[in-house]
Ligand binder design. Structure first.
Ligand code: EPZ
Length: 417
């Protein structure tokens, strides 16, 4: 098990290239199970989660190769429609094969995802929607057993705009009879990227990116070649790194068009932000200002950026209030940041971050993907040395983070234990 050793309090400088989006690539890989032909998916980040999804579809009979951030994959002849617990427990997003399997093969056995560090995260809305489309769904021994004669399009209203729930319904509806309309759908850019991929394969999806999405079922989908969008959360993470370390960084190939909430808050925290096409230069030569944040579904402030901002605001000149409204247990980084000398108090779903002059290196433990990114930010801004344990969490969602940081002048080492 690897750990990071980071020498902090050093200005960074230079350019960093943003990788493809994990949360766009995962549903797109699952969607290739809908296609009657091979697909080529480009700009796919080389991450643990991507390899878990590829393993999952390979176990069902897909053939693929993955090199140089490109996947060549053919899922047109699946031999099994079972997603095993052993893989699903590693990555909840495995639930994304449910929609494609039930609509194309009319049966699916998919392990329930189980517990998660950041919250209960049920999948009831995914299951209710498939039932509304005519599937019969039972839970047996921790597995979702779904069968159907043929899925039928209908009107689905989502209690909450679930991201992977919306993606599962879109995929199920592409080969269903008639029209499906999703109300209160998730508007995340990753949902739009999935819809664009499917439309390129012959699907009839309109309204993606809005809260009402319409899908007219088609008989079959072909394969296609598609470029995954860049990762807005990785780009946002580097923006926090720039301001927390009082550096000037140019973040290249960032999906600026869908990062308004993040950029507004970085500016509010006192950083200067200059944008040129898809490149964003963050210049931090002034103090970090306190900022209040409330997480929301897109286009609100993303919960996946909450921990990174919390880390940056530990050094703000004043008090920031951070309210987490999406997941009920997403402040596990706080105890670790307080071990580094931060002064954060949790009250219900709020973190009150009282800015301090300095934070100090310590041994800290990563607990989930974004919490581990927040510890990297704190370590880069801290005095002395920090050791971050359990960085396998980080490798799930950041491609070559240590190498990218070394290229910016950071003193970071990956040490295998
Ligand atoms: C996606 O998870 C992302 N994962 C998450 O990113 C992200 O945090 C989340 O959306 C919110 O933006 C991927 O795209 C692979 P939700 P998802 O369903 O789809 C409740 C990261 O760090 N809910 O939109 O699982 C749920 O409990 C990860 O990259 C139900 O109640 O999130 C939560 O409170 C972490 N019933 C809320 O909706 C359901 O059936 C939003 O969750 C589904 C969800």
């Amino acid at each position: 098990m690897d750990k990071f050793v980071i020498e902090g309090s050093k200005n960074l400088h230079g350019n960093v290239e943003i990788s493809g989006s994990k949360n766009a690539a995962l549903p797109i890989i699952a969607a290739t199970c809908l296609c009657d032909g091979p697909c080529v998916i480009n700009n796919v980040p080389n991450l643990a989660d991507i390899n878990t999804m590829l393993k999952l579809v390979e176990n069902m009979g897909c053939n693929y190769s993955f090199a140089n951030n490109s996947i060549h994959i053919d899922c047109s002849k699946l031999k099994s429609t079972k997603a095993e617990y052993d893989l699903v427990r590693k990555m909840r997003a495995s639930i994304l094969v449910l929609g494609p399997l039930i609509t194309k093969y009319l049966n699916a056995i998919v392990s329930l995802p189980g517990g998660c560090a950041i919250g209960v995260r049920p999948v009831n809305l995914h299951i209710d929607a498939l039932k509304a489309m005519g599937a019969s769904v039972n839970i047996e021994k921790g597995y979702i057993h779904a069968t159907a004669k043929k899925l039928k399009g209908t009107e689905i209203y989502l209690d909450t705009p679930t991201v992977t729930g919306t993606e599962n319904i879109i995929m199920a509806a592409t080969l269903a009879e008639d029209k499906t309309t999703i109300y209160n759908a998730a508007k995340e850019p990753e949902v739009v990227d999935l819809a664009n991929f499917l439309n390129k394969c012959g699907a009839k999806i309109s309204g993606a990116g809005s809260s009402t999405i319409e899908i007219i079922g088609v008989a079959k989908l072909t394969g296609c070649e598609y470029e995954v969008m860049p990762d807005r959360i990785e780009a946002g993470t580097f923006m926090c790194i720039a301001h927390a370390t009082h550096s000037t960084l140019t973040i290249k190939n960032a999906p600026i068009y869908c990062m308004h909430a993040i950029i507004d808050k970085i500016k509010e925290a006192g950083a200067d932000v200059q944008i040129k096409d898809n490149d964003c230069t963050v210049i931090s030569h002034s103090n970090i200002l306190p900022v209040n944040i409330k997480t929301f579904a897109y286009p609100g402030f993303p919960t996946d950026m909450q921990a990174q901002f919390t880390a940056m605001l530990t050094l703000a000149q004043g008090t920031s209030i951070i309210e987490e409204t999406i997941f009920e247990n997403r402040f596990q980084h706080v105890a670790e940041l307080n071990r580094m000398g931060a002064n954060i108090v949790i009250s219900g779903n709020k973190a009150i971050v009282n800015g301090v002059k300095k934070i100090y290196g310590a041994q800290v433990m990563a607990t989930d993907l974004r919490a581990s990114a927040s510890l990297v930010i704190a370590a880069l801004a801290a005095e002395n040395t920090t050791e971050i344990l359990r960085i396998y969490h980080l490798d799930r969602g950041y491609e070559f983070l240590d190498k990218k940081l070394q290229a910016l002048g950071a003193r970071i080492k990956r040490v295998s234990q």
